[in-house]
Design a protein around this ligand. Structure first.
Ligand code: GLV
Length: 319
C-alpha cells in the first residue's frame, strides 16, 4: 500500500511507517507540490500525509483512485474538503493536542516581542545606532497585571491563559461559543462578549479555527473597539483577520501593534503589512518546536497505520 508524504517531516513518523513492510513510502522532500503535482502523486496512493499548504480539494480527492485516509500533519484542517472526503468514504485525521504549549508559547513570545519592541531594537543595535543609553527609546508596556483577551478558549487559548496568569498574573477575559466553568475556576477567567473583550483587553489573542463563521471575525470594526495601546496577536489562521483593515488600523495607529504568524494567503504577505513598523511577522511557526513537530509526525503516521494496517478508523478522526 502506498503512502504519499508530501513534505519532509521528523523521522519519528517515517520510522513508524517503515516498521510495516506492507507500506511503500512515496516520500517527497522538496518544495510543496503544485496542484497538478499533487493530483499526479495522489493518484495511486492509499494514504497521504498532507501539510498545511496542500490544498486537498474535491478535485484532488477525485484524482485519487485508492485513497483511504488524508492524515493532516496539523491540528487545523481547513486545507481539506472534509465534506467531499467523507462523501467519498475517505477518512480525514489531524494531530490534536500535540502543539498546544508550543503555539501558546509563540503567542506569548509575539506579545512580548511586539510590546517590548525587540525586533526594532535588535535592528537598531545592528545598524550601529546604539551610541548612548537613552531613557526615552523603545518604551513598551509592563505586562504584569494587564488584561489578556482570548478569542477562542480551546486547548491553546487555555494554555496561554495559564502561562499569562502564572508568569504575569494577568487578568484573563475570554469569548467562545460556550462558557468553560472549570477553566474559569482554574485561571479566574471571565466570559465576556466579543465587544467587551475588545474594549477591555490590553492584548487580544486569536485562538479559533477557521470556519465560515470565523472568517474576518476581526475587521476594522473590531479593531476600532480595541484600546489605543492594545496589541493584537494571531497564531490561528490568517483569514480570521481582514488584512486590508489591519493594515489601515496599524498605519493609522488605532492600536499599538500586532504580532502575526498566519496570513490570509500564505505564504503571500499582504504588501502593506511589510512596510509597517508596529507589526512583527513570523512565517507560521507557532508549532515549530522540536517536541511538537516530532509528536505531529508520530500522530500523523499512527493515523495512517490505524487505517491501512489495523483496518480501523484513524485515532484522531475529523468529521
Ligand atoms: C498549525 O497551524 C496547525 O494547525 O497544526
Amino acid at each position: 500500500m502506498k503512502v504519499l508524504i508530501t513534505r519532509e517531516i521528523p523521522r519519528a513518523g517515517i520510522d513508524l511507517l517503515r516498521k510495516h513492510a506492507e507500506l511503500e513510502l512515496d516520500y517527497r522532500k522538496g518544495a510543496p507540490l503544485s496542484d497538478s503535482e499533487l493530483k499526479k502523486a495522489i493518484k495511486d496512493a492509499d494514504a497521504v500525509i498532507s501539510v498545511i499548504p496542500d490544498q486537498i480539494t474535491r478535485e484532488v480527492l477525485q484524482s485519487a483512485k485508492n485513497l483511504k485516509i488524508v492524515s493532516n500533519y496539523a491540528v487545523g484542517y481547513d486545507n481539506i474538503d472534509v465534506k467531499a472526503a467523507t462523501e467519498m468514504k475517505i477518512y480525514v485525521s489531524n494531530t490534536p493536542g500535540d502543539l498546544t504549549e508550543s503555539v501558546a508559547e509563540h503567542a506569548m513570545a509575539l506579545m512580548l516581542t511586539v510590546g517590548r519592541k525587540i525586533v526594532a531594537a535588535d535592528r537598531f543595535v545592528r545598524e550601529g545606532k546604539y551610541k548612548y543609553w537613552d531613557p526615552m527609546i523603545f518604551l513598551g508596556p509592563v505586562f504584569s497585571g494587564k488584561t489578556l483577551g482570548l478569542v477562542g478558549f480551546g486547548r491553546i487559548g487555555q494554555w496561554f491563559a495559564k502561562l499569562a496568569k502564572g508568569a504575569f498574573n494577568m487578568r484573563i477575559l475570554y469569548t467562545d461559543i460556550s462558557k468553560n466553568e472549570s477553566a474559569e475556576k482554574e485561571f479566574g477567567a471571565i466570559y465576556v462578549s466579543m465587544d467587551e473583550l475588545l474594549e477591555q483587553s490590553d492584548i487580544v489573542s486569536l485562538h479559533v479555527p477557521l470556519l465560515p463563521s470565523t472568517k474576518h471575525l476581526i475587521t476594522r470594526r473590531e479593531i476600532k473597539k480595541m484600546k489605543p495601546a492594545a496589541i493584537l496577536i494571531n497564531t490561528s489562521r490568517g483569514p480570521i483577520i481582514d488584512e486590508d483593515d489591519l493594515c489601515v488600523a496599524l498605519r493609522e495607529n488605532w492600536i499599538s501593534g500586532a504580532g502575526i504568524d498566519v496570513y490570509e494567503q500564505e505564504p503571500k504577505i499582504y504588501a502593506g503589512l511589510k512596510e509597517l513598523k508596529n507589526i512583527v511577522l513570523t512565517p507560521h511557526i507557532g508549532s515549530a518546536t522540536h517536541e511538537a513537530r516530532i509528536e505531529m509526525a508520530r500522530m500523523a503516521a499512527a493515523n495512517v497505520i490505524e487505517v491501512l494496517i489495523n483496518k480501523k478508523p484513524p485515532i484522531s478522526l475529523v468529521k
